[in-house]
Write a protein that binds this ligand. Structure first.
Ligand code: BGP
Length: 478
């Protein structure tokens, strides 16, 4: 649909930007912090790009005031960050580590003082190692209680100060990469275990959302889903069906549970046939259906184009974590779909397809299927950036990427979607889990690289000023 004029962004639209504790904080052993599964995993040789880890990251733990001053100057309305569970409960539960909590109290107060809305992610993948050792983390139902207790501690600590909460960040990613592809902790390749873990994570998510509502917390809570909308490669019905399969197994399999408390039928049949379906115990369905997120968070980076894949077809292939264009391998789920190249879109150096229209499609599909407000919790471009001799970063490629995506949001709003806000990934440059520091996303360049010996100085990129003017005019001239 082409609109003659586009609807303006609402006046209270949350122009934001995001980060995650492990990727920015550093200070991995300070003030009583416990060890997380990522602290452990990065030490296994060959797991991360050039052996990078978040021990120091971009030292946000000590430089948060400087980072917030930059946000203030830019006019940022919201900052999404995650809390490291291991700072609050070093071994996952028990006594609160007051020094760890104090860090986030200072951070939140500093944001509020600067008129920036704090958005807290409860879980962005850094599970306490102690819980992994004690009961295999997400593989045990004990985590439902422990995660809920941890969340409740934070709800009470930040009641009235934090009004936007994200329960789980990209459950689809941490379960698949952790238990299917073995590229995230705990490094397992077992679909049966992956779907079991995922079901428990769904229960934990529902339990935390219910707790938030039971406590009558002022504000809103929802999960953040990494949504990659699926297309067919062409109108061959076999390929259309492949795209439907992918949408069911890779998207509805999470979003339907969040929004309706129900697994999609065809995907579940497929899992049953493979012997991979999770065990659903008495009371599980009731719990899932009772939890009602106030919004659906989506992290949007790209779309996927699909073709028919027979039962003896391609399975999981290697991801591109080197930044060498074209180095990712074919991937698919035999009997369901395989991913193929979309000839109509460009790709980044990490082979991520650049598709702003896909964001509009994502927002429309979610709006029609679930009729829910949406918070865009991540969107951005990971690229090589160059610091010039006069300390500038001319990232017009990032400005183009972001401007096209902001336009797509405006179009989706004009189509009738309710979008609460837009968080770019990321605010400062930060450690990419598997890609080191060469894949950059920030508005603010940080002098840090794979040697991990950078000066940590911050420099504003051209995109910093671009976003500043977008915020100032509330996206009017987009
Ligand atoms: C999302 C994660 C972020 C971030 C981003 C970019 O999946 O929620 O934490 O890492 O992707 O991904 P990458 O660093 O792999 O380029």
């Amino acid at each position: 649909m082409e609109h003659q004029t586009l609807t303006s962004f609402p006046n209270d639209f949350l122009w934001g930007s995001a980060s995650a504790a492990y990727q920015v904080e550093g200070a991995w052993q300070e003030d009583g912090k416990g060890e997380s599964v990522w602290d452990r995993f990065v030490r296994i040789p060959g797991k991360t790009f050039k052996g990078t880890n978040g021990d120091l990251a971009v030292d946000h733990y000590h430089r948060f005031q400087e980072d917030i001053a930059l946000m203030k100057e830019q006019g940022l309305k919201a900052y999404r960050f995650s809390i490291a569970w291991t700072r609050i409960f070093p071994t996952g539960r028990g006594e609160v580590n007051q020094a760890g909590l104090a860090f986030y109290q200072e951070l939140v107060d500093e944001l509020i003082k600067n008129d920036i809305e704090p958005m807290v992610t409860l879980y962005h993948w850094d599970l306490p190692q102690a819980l992994q050792d004690e009961y295999n983390g997400w593989e045990s139902r004990q985590i439902i209680e422990d995660f809920t207790k941890y969340a409740e501690t934070l709800f009470e600590a930040f009641r009235g100060k934090v009004h936007y909460w994200i329960s789980l960040n990209e459950q689809n990613v941490f379960t698949s990469l952790g238990y299917l592809l073995a590229v995230h902790p705990p490094g397992v390749t077992d679909p049966k275990r992956m779907y079991a873990v995922n079901h428990i994570a769904n229960l934990a998510n529902a339990s935390v959302i219910n707790k938030f509502h039971e406590l009558k917390m002022p504000g809103k809570i929802g999960p953040s889903f990494a949504y990659t909308p699926n297309y067919p490669i062409n109108s061959d019905p076999k390929n259309i069906l492949a795209a439907e399969n992918a949408e069911d197994l890779m998207a509805n399999y999470w979003m339907d549970v969040y929004m309706w408390g129900k697994y999609p039928i065809a995907a579940m049949k497929f899992l049953e046939e493979q012997g991979w379906a999770p065990t659903i115990e008495a009371g599980d369905e009731e719990l899932l259906e009772s939890a009602k997120p106030d919004f659906l968070g989506i992290n949007y980076y790209q779309t996927a184009t699909n073709a028919f894949n027979p039962l003896d077809g391609v399975g999981a292939g290697k991801m591109n974590t080197t930044g060498k264009k074209g180095s990712s391998e074919e991937t698919g789920v035999p009997g369901m779909y395989k991913k193929v190249e979309n000839p109509f879109v460009e790709r980044t150096n990490w082979d991520w397809e650049i598709d702003p229209e896909g964001l509009r499609i994502a927002l429309r599909r979610i709006t029609s299927r679930y009729r829910t407000p949406i918070l865009i919790t991540e969107n951005g471009l990971g690229e090589y950036d160059k610091l010039t001799d006069d300390k500038k970063i001319h990232d017009e490629y990032r400005i183009n990427y972001l401007a096209n995506h902001v336009k797509a949001i405006k179009e989706a709003i004009s189509d009738g979607a309710t979008v609460l806000g837009y968080c770019t990934w990321s605010y400062t440059d930060l450690l990419s889990w598997l890609n080191g520091y060469q894949k950059r996303y920030g508005f603010v360049y940080v002098d840090q690289d794979e040697t991990q010996e950078g000066s940590l100085e911050r420099y504003k990129k051209d995109s910093y000023y671009w976003y500043q003017s977008v915020i100032k005019e509330n996206g009017e001239s987009i």
